[in-house]
Every structure is written in structure tokens, then in C-alpha cells.
Design a protein around this ligand. Structure first.
Ligand SMILES: *Cc1c(COP(=O)(O)O)cnc(C)c1O
Length: 552
């Protein structure tokens, strides 16, 4: 069905008075849109539960509803269009707020976010400059100050001095972790090749002349092999190329190997290659592990290079008195990425990068005559993006409405239930815990008990063959479980030291929804076991595996 095109439907008419209505007259409360609007406002969760049918429909079928490239010649009534949205889009979207949706970092939202985001949308402020955002600008600066204080914990006088200083910025608000990481490396690159005698700085003269002027053979970013792919994009954009992201091996706990890192630094020095930034990860995307940030800060100091921490996921762990010691050393970072649309429970499109030194961002400062004049407090002079929405308002709301203590409860609950789930997996002879939860992520796989007992004894060649079968089994279980729609885990591939660094496929679980209970997780395991025995494809793999080990 295409929007509003059923044959018996009246057409809306394109004329100026109707257009004028769209901009001025609200839909009446008893129109379809008005009704849906009220329902959503009153009970978001209930609405989603009743309307999002988790039936797996093939994407090619869904694509048929979105197949025409033609912009409709005639207007469509808003109410007709809304019906189309409900049938074709909403019904086939993903219920990311479901307590059984534990596969990704897209979080459930507190109810207050919906009415508050409407305020934001209605005001439609543009944070690029004060002329289009007024009070939103100081508010965004305060949000950046709040997160800065969470990380760096300076005193009140410090924030009195810097928070609203027009010459500086404590950070840059952006649409997510990717933009935040790119901004951090952009700043680090520009600060590494500043203006000098006979050189106007890399921002003006570019990479080639910067290398020539500073007599440098190349410039790299050092990060563990668990680093997020956004750094590859950053390297590409910054002109150093993706190969200049040097992936340092990790230890058995997915943390950067300090010995390997040190050796790499020594080698780079001999080759005349500069380090744009050393990057530590506070909560890797795949396993949730935290690099030894204090040690990384020491090495960055020795090397005299920028130290960035990617805390897109794990940053809010700092709210927890119990768990914040895991991030010890983050306060020594020159810059830190935090995603608000992950563990700050804000709708998609909110990320930040904070800088220890309020002058750091000057290296990417940009001015234009009609806006962003020098000395103005316009936020646009320190951001990669131009026009930007007032999303900081939602971060401000969440920080105030949930509060430090509220976030502490959320963080503690997430890590607590991850440990409970790990114990559950450990206690079940048919599952193998692959990575323990350090934060609220863990990975595991289904390995039938008799096989699990034999795995450590298998010769290398045979082990790899068994692992490939187990990979196929993990994929099949995940696929069938997702299609059944009760719960969702994601999967990833990890190299594991206990299997000669063989790369295996595992289930990946992210526990950040406070409504996820141990019972839900228990049922999830039971369902996986059931799939392994009852789904014909999965059962065939299991039978084959058990047969092959029985022969030995
Ligand atoms: C999610 C994530 C990112 C990327 O953030 P986006 O908001 O998806 O752009 C970067 N680094 C880490 C560690 C992440 O978990």
C-alpha cells in the first residue's frame, strides 16, 4: 500500500489555504493522528507493546511498501498518511525498548522523553549560533560542563571561569560517538601540527606540508584491536588513511596489551612516525572491557602525545560509586567521548566529546562573517556539524530528572544483572561463557555438554573444524530466536586465546534496560536450548558434532 492512494479515498488538494492549515491548525483530537498522538503521549510503552508486532517479515516484502521513487503529485491527508505509517512502518519497526531486546546498545527511553522531545521539536532551535537558539546555548554549555565535571571533577571556580567563556569550549556536542571520536582526533591532529615559523598550521596548509615542515614520515593513531570502526572513518577523513589506525593486540580480557603498545611506540619513533593520539577504550563495543587507562595515560605522557578515551558506552559508569574505579585514569585523558543516546537514555542523536583543556578546541575553530563572529559565544565555531538541534535539552532533562543517584542505580543494576546472567550461563553445562562481564556486556555460546568437556582436549586442526560448526550453530540459533520475536541477542566474532586465538562466533548481550529481569534471561537461555534441539537445521549441526566426537 502506498500512502493515501486507496481508490475510494478522497484526495487532499494542493492549494495555499490548505498549506496554511498544515502550519497553523492542529489536527482535531478525534482525527486518526490526534488519537494516535494522545495514545502515544499517554502510554508509550503500552502503545509499543500493542502495536509492534514482532513477526519476522522478509525485508524484500517490506521494501515493496517503499518501492516508488515518485514524489506524490497531490497532497495526502495527514490522517491517511498516519495510517500508512502505522501499517507499513511502525508495525515493522524494531521494539528496542522490549526487556528481551538485549542485543544492542540502543537503549529503552524513559517516558518523559516523548513529551519533552516534542517541546524541542516545536521550538526548533538551531544551536549553530545564539541568534537562533538564545537560552539553548548556555544550556548546552552547562550540559558540557556537567559531563566535564563528571570526568575531570574540577572545582566550582573552574566552571565559573570556563563554562560560558566565549573563547573556549569544554567540549563539543554532536550527533553521536562517531562524530565525537572524529572531532577528538581532528583536534589532536591539528594540535600536533600547529602554526610555526614558516608554517601556518595543518588546518590551513594541509597534511602534506605539515609532514614536510615537521620532517615527519607519517602520523598514526594507536588503539586496541577492539577499537570502534569510527576511528577508521576518522583516519580516512583526516587524510592519514585507514592503515594509520594501528590495532594493538589485546590480552585474554580484551584489554590493550601494554607490552605490545610500548614496542609499537618504540618502533614508530625509530621510523620518524608521529602519534596523533593514543586511544583507550572504556567499554569496548563488543565485550564491554575497559583498557588500563592509568597505564595508557603514563605512556601518552612519555610519548608526549594526545590521549583520547572512547567512553561512548562506558562513560556513565562514572555515576556509580561502586564501579567508577574501573575507569581510573580517565581523568588524565586529553579528550573523552560519551554517547548520551546510549547509557544516558536520551533519544538517538546525542553524543559529546569533552576536553581536559578548554583551549584544545581552538585548533579546529572556524569563523564566518555572517555568523560565528570571533568572540561570540556561538557553539558552531567549535563543532564539525553546522545546523544542529537542541538535543542537549534532552540530556539536561535526563540529568536533572534521573539525577546522579538515579543513574548510579541504573548502572549498578545493569552490571549486577550481567553478573547474574554470567553465573546462570556458567551453571548451565550446555552453555559456554566466552567473556565475563566487566561492565554490563557479556558474550557466550551454546556448546552441548558432552562436547564442551572434550573441547580442551582436541588437537588444533580438529578444534578449528568443531569451532566452525559451532559458529554455524550460533548463527542459526540467533536467527531463529530473532524470528520468533520473544527476545533478541546479537552476535559478533572474537579471537579467543583459549582456542589458539581462533576467531569464533558468539552471542553478544548488552544489559542496560532496567526492565530486563533474570526470569527473562532464563527464558532466553531455555529458548536457545529448545532451538538447538528442535530447529531442524540447528539439531542437524548438533547431531553431527556429537557424532564426530563420539568417534574419537
Ligand atoms: C557506540 C560506540 C561508538 C559510536 O557511537 P555512535 O553513536 O554509534 O556513532 C564509538 N565507540 C564506542 C566504544 C561505542 O560503543
Amino acid at each position: 500500500m502506498t500512502p493515501g492512494k486507496a481508490s475510494d479515498q478522497k484526495h487532499a488538494v494542493a492549494n495555499l489555504s490548505n498549506l496554511y492549515r498544515i502550519f497553523t491548525v492542529p489536527e482535531s483530537p478525534d482525527s486518526t493522528l490526534g488519537r494516535i498522538d494522545q495514545e502515544i503521549s499517554q502510554n508509550l510503552n503500552g502503545f509499543l507493546r500493542n502495536h509492534i508486532v514482532a513477526t519476522e517479515q522478509d525485508l524484500t516484502i517490506i521494501e515493496q511498501g517503499f518501492s516508488s521513487p515518485r514524489i506524490p503529485e497531490q497532497p495526502t491527508f495527514v490522517s491517511d498518511y498516519t495510517e500508512f505509517l502505522l501499517d507499513t512502518l511502525v508495525a515493522q519497526s524494531v521494539h528496542t525498548a522490549a526487556p528481551g531486546f538485549v542485543g544492542h546498545m540502543t537503549s529503552a527511553l524513559p517516558n518523559f522523553m516523548l513529551p519533552l522531545s516534542r517541546i524541542m521539536t516545536a521550538l526548533n532551535q538551531n544551536l549553530v549560533k545564539i541568534e537562533t537558539s538564545k537560552a539553548f546555548t548556555p544550556m548546552e554549555r552547562q550540559v558540557l560542563g556537567m559531563l566535564h565535571a563528571l570526568i575531570y571533577g574540577k572545582d566550582d571556580a573552574y566552571y565559573q571561569h570556563w563554562m560560558h567563556d566565549p573563547e573556549c569550549a569544554l567540549g563539543s556536542f554532536c550527533s553521536g560517538g562517531t562524530l565525537a571520536n572524529i572531532t577528538a582526533l581532528w583536534v589532536a591532529r591539528n594540535n600536533l601540527f600547529p602554526a610555526d615559523d614558516g608554517f601556518q598550521g595543518i588546518a590551513k596548509e594541509g597534511l602534506y606540508r605539515a609532514f614536510r615542515h615537521y620532517g615527519c614520515e607519517g602520523a598514526v593513531v594507536l588503539i586496541s584491536q577492539r577499537g570502534h570502526y569510527s576511528f577508521g572513518k576518522a583516519a580516512d577523513l583526516l587524510g592519514i588513511g585507514r592503515d594509520s589506525i594501528i590495532a594493538i593486540p589485546t590480552d585474554a580480557d580484551n584489554r590493550i596489551d601494554i607490552g605490545e603498545l610500548q614496542a609499537t611506540c618504540d618502533r614508530l619513533k625509530e621510523q620518524g612516525i608521529r602519534i596523533i593520539s593514543l586511544v583507550g577504550i572504556a567499554g569496548t563495543t563488543e565485550t564491554g572491557n575497559v583498557d588500563p587507562l592509568d597505564k595508557l595515560a603514563d605512556i601518552a605522557e612519555q610519548q608526549g602525545c594526545h590521549f583520547h578515551v572512547d567512553a561512548a558506552w562506558g562513560g556513565p559508569t562514572l555515576f556509580s560509586e561502586t564501579y567508577k574505579p574501573l575507569l581510573k585514569g580517565i581523568e588524565r585523558a586529553d579528550s573523552v567521548t560519551i554517547d548520551a543516546h546510549k547509557q544516558l537514555y536520551v533519544p538517538m542523536g546525542a553524543g559529546m566529546v569533552l576536553f581536559k583543556n578548554p583551549a584544545s578546541l581552538s585548533s579546529i575553530e572556524h569563523h564566518a562573517e555572517y555568523i560565528l563572529r570571533k568572540g561570540s559565544k556561538d557553539l558552531g565555531s567549535h563543532t564539525l556539524e553546522g545546523s544542529r538541534p537542541g538535543t542537549a535539552m534532552l540530556v539536561h532533562s535526563a540529568l536533572n530528572i534521573i539525577g546522579r543517584k538515579g543513574y548510579e542505580l541504573l548502572i549498578d543494576k545493569g552490571i549486577g544483572i550481567a553478573r547474574t546472567f554470567a553465573a546462570m550461563i556458567d551453571a548451565d553445562a550446555d552453555f559456554e561463557l566466552i567473556t565475563e562481564p566487566e561492565l554490563n556486556l557479556l558474550t557466550y555460546r551454546y556448546v552441548p555438554a558432552p562436547l564442551q568437556a572434550l573441547l580442551p582436549k582436541l588437537p588444533a586442526g580438529e578444534l578449528a573444524a568443531v569451532n566452525r560448526e559451532l559458529d554455524a550453530l550460533t548463527m542459526q540459533i540467533q536467527k531463529v530466536q530473532r524470528a520468533a520475536g520473544q527476545s533478541f541477542v546479537s552476535r559478533t566474532r572474537l579471537s579467543r586465546p583459549q582456542y589458539d586465538n581462533d576467531t569464533i562466533t558468539v552471542f553478544r548481550v548488552v544489559l542496560a534496560n532496567p526492565l530486563t529481569t533474570p526470569e527473562i534471561l532464563r527464558e532466553m537461555l531455555a529458548e536457545q536450548k529448545q532451538i538447538a534441539t528442535e530447529d531442524p537445521e540447528a539439531a542437524a549441526i548438533v547431531a553431527g558434532l556429537l557424532e564426530s566426537v563420539a568417534e574419537d
